[in-house]
Design a protein around this ligand. Structure first.
Ligand code: GUN
Length: 250
């Protein structure tokens, strides 16, 4: 795990990932670089980790400080060690449905849908947010399972109306309590990927849980919903990476 700077949310995420490694018995190393780190220092570190045989997975926590080029850093990670599935090779493989790793948050959401026996096939799936980390791959995974997918973003017209069509609504917009009850169809499945702070500094999601919870059939809480699934998928990807690099098939 590589963390650059002192973003408090990133620190919490990295600590949770470290704890998960301990819980499942994975050896892990943390590299905490100062916010003043240069692009060259970060790329050197990634290259060192690429060549370390005892490291099977590399995760550079995002966002990086503004002066650093995250695209170049992701491109420098050996795709076989890219346990976030952010590298262009892995993104392309997902598009083609021939992947080794799935991005952690969208895959965690799919796992949750599977384990609650929530079918995706033929359902209207609306994703709010088009980030490379969540929105775009989330849409792709729902599409792979034959959902009818709409990805909404800041320029979407009639957003509330589009959201009200959703049988499965995924909020990944990064705005606290953005999704209100009038944007949700009765009985919808509501997945909240947000990790925000409300007006009192309290952790909350992108969905106004209190107003939405009585309208939907399923809703994920924040914290304690999608977040732990993301970390579980990261562990799964790391195990897969270790097997790939050591030619272990099972
Ligand atoms: N920042 C927010 N989510 C993630 C994630 O899943 N992986 C990394 N590397 N950075 C993130």
């Amino acid at each position: 795990m590589v963390i650059v700077g002192d973003d408090p949310a990133s620190r919490v995420y990295v600590n949770n990932k470290k704890k998960a490694c301990e819980a499942v018995g994975f050896y892990s190393e943390e590299y905490a670089l100062p916010a003043s780190a240069t692009q060259e220092e970060l790329l050197d570190l990634v290259n060192t980790l690429n060549s370390k045989a005892d490291i099977n997975g590399i995760l550079v926590q995002l966002p990086l400080p503004k002066h650093l080029d995250d695209k170049a850093v992701i491109a420098a990670i050996n795709p076989q060690k890219d346990v976030d599935a952010f590298h262009a090779v892995n993104v392309g493989k997902i598009m083609l449905c021939e992947y080794d790793f799935l991005p952690c948050t969208p895959a965690g959401v799919m796992e949750m849908l599977h384990s609650y026996d929530i079918p995706v096939e033929g359902k209207e799936c609306v994703v709010i947010g088009r980030s490379n980390i969540v929105g775009k791959p989330m849409g792709m995974l729902l599409l792979h399972e034959n959902g009818t997918v709409t990805i909404c973003h800041s320029r979407t017209k009639n957003l509330a109306e589009v959201c009200r069509r959703a049988d499965i609504l995924v909020a990944a917009v990064g705005i606290p309590k953005f999704v209100k009850a009038d944007m949700v169809k009765d009985g919808a499945v509501v997945i909240d990927v947000g990790m925000d702070r409300d007006e009192n500094g309290k952790l909350c999601g992108d969905v106004d849980f209190e107003s939405v919870k009585d309208k939907c059939s399923f809703i994920t809480p924040v914290p304690g919903g999608v977040g732990p699934m993301t970390i579980a998928t990261l562990m799964k990807n790391t195990l897969k990476a270790c097997k790939l690099q050591n030619n272990i098939n099972d």
